[in-house]
Design a protein around this ligand. Structure first.
Ligand code: PMP
Length: 433
């Protein structure tokens, strides 16, 4: 198999490491989980990425989710360009904010009012503060393997860590910050009932990924979803659906519309900004009324509602509403799921391909992944070999076993077929070695 020439990326990474910790501004992109150096991207168009050595890749990362319409989608580029000409930030209200807010409220069934922020982390952090301010209670329940951004109190059993009650994942998160977070296994209704029986009057909120993407794709069972709804309601806690990844991806109304979930609050990010930095939290109007300046729960942002970001976000949401790609994305997802499953079966590798719509994970484990305990049994060394084998064949996958790959509206059936062909060769190569 041909080797990639990554000389320019190698040099750029050497320089980057002198300038930034680990050479990156966010750890996942450093390729650490697959034991190598990252590729430096020069540009992207549609479903393709181009690196600084001149290699082209079929992209299944999509900037970790936002690029559902493909890269440099012309109407989004035009909207950003014309917004920039009019001034890049005012720190004052604009009608662009009204447009994006009204599109969010129109699309996401449970959102009655919304506040725009700058990232998914800000959205979850603010939603937790609001839930605590609204209920007057301290505790938050989260699930092992669910990632909600890097806010201290949620950096507990996030994504890849063991499910330990209230133990921080990162140095710098104090045990006291983590102590107000109760961690439970995903898809375990009995554990949820038990935690509410013990701590009910102290629990402000339960936050969860309505389809998990951060331990690879894991789907919540009906029993689990029902328990989330009934337990929070019965005990007066808020249900926070973290749709930073799934919002506008699994349907126009996100996972909550697809699965019939009615949360009190929803957090959004990624697609809502069309590739620019936007997050949002919203939900019940009476709860949102507690946010300053209408209420007393503080939350602010110099660049929140930025005109470039709202232009990109609104153009993206309008496109998704007016020309919904979801049926096509589902068909492409099914094609990929079937192809990957057959390719792994053909070479006798233990595997399970999980998928919801355009989010897909090929797990190297021989059973369905329902929680972090199962995900942790995956063969991550095998994944690393598969990742590099695919990259050498021009397919850019998320660089960890514990991620979803994302299909965009710019992918074609022949792109998917090319990916399946590359997977067949790559899996044969890694199974043999
Ligand atoms: N919640 C979920 C479900 C996410 O997937 C992410 C990011 N991958 C976040 C929150 C944090 O978003 P951001 O990286 O924009 O802070």
């Amino acid at each position: 198999m041909t080797n990639l020439n990554l000389a320019a990326s190698h040099d750029a990474f050497a320089r980057a490491k002198q300038l930034m910790p680990g050479g990156v501004n966010s750890p996942a992109r450093a390729f650490g989980a697959v034991g190598g150096e990252p590729v430096f991207i020069a540009s992207a168009k549609g479903a393709q990425l181009f690196d600084i050595d001149g290699n082209a890749y079929l992209d299944y990362v999509g900037s970790w989710g936002p690029m559902i319409l493909g890269h440099a989608y012309p109407p989004v580029v035009d909207a950003v360009r014309s917004a920039a000409v009019g001034g890049t930030s005012f720190g004052a209200p604009t009608v662009g904010e009204n447009e994006l807010a009204s599109l969010i409220i129109e699309c996401v069934p449970s959102v009655e009012r919304v506040r725009l922020v700058n990232s998914g982390t800000e959205a979850t952090m603010s939603a937790l503060r609001l839930a605590r301010g609204f209920t007057g209670r301290p505790l938050v329940v989260k699930f092992a393997g669910n990632y909600h951004g890097h806010v201290d109190s949620l950096l507990v059993a996030a994504g890849s860590a063991a499910a330990t009650l209230g133990a921080p994942n990162s140095p710098g998160v104090t045990p006291r910050a983590a102590a107000d977070t109760l961690v439970l296994p995903y898809n375990d209704p009995a554990a949820l009932v038990a935690v509410f029986a013990e701590h009910g009057p102290q629990i402000a909120a339960v936050i969860f990924e309505p389809v998990c993407g951060n331990m690879g794709v894991v789907v919540p069972t009906k029993e689990f979803r029902d328990a989330l709804a009934t337990q929070t309601k019965q005990h007066g806690a808020l249900l926070i659906c973290d749709e930073v990844m799934t919002g506008f991806r699994l349907s126009l109304g996100g996972a909550q519309q697809l699965l019939g979930i009615t949360p009190d609050l929803t957090t959004l990010g990624k697609i809502v900004g069309g590739g620019l930095p936007v997050g949002a939290y919203g939900g019940r109007s009476d709860v949102m009324a507690h946010v300053l300046p209408e209420g007393k729960v503080f939350q602010a942002g110099t660049l929140s509602g930025n005109p470039l970001a709202t232009a990109a976000g609104a153009t993206t949401l309008r496109t998704l509403r007016d020309e919904p790609p979801y049926a096509r994305l589902d068909a492409l997802g099914e094609q990929l799921q079937t192809g990957l499953d057959q390719a792994a079966t053909a070479v006798g590798l233990p595997h399970h391909v999980a998928r919801v719509g355009s989010m897909v994970t090929l797990f190297f484990v021989d059973e369905e992944v329902t929680s972090w305990d199962v995900a942790a049994r995956c063969d991550t060394a095998l994944f690393a070999k598969y990742f590099w084998a695919m990259l050498r064949r021009g397919v850019y996958l998320p660089c960890s076993q514990y991620e979803a790959l994302f299909i965009s509206a710019a992918h074609t059936e022949s792109d998917i077929q090319r990916t399946i062909d590359a997977a067949r060769e790559s899996l044969a190569e890694v199974a043999g070695g």
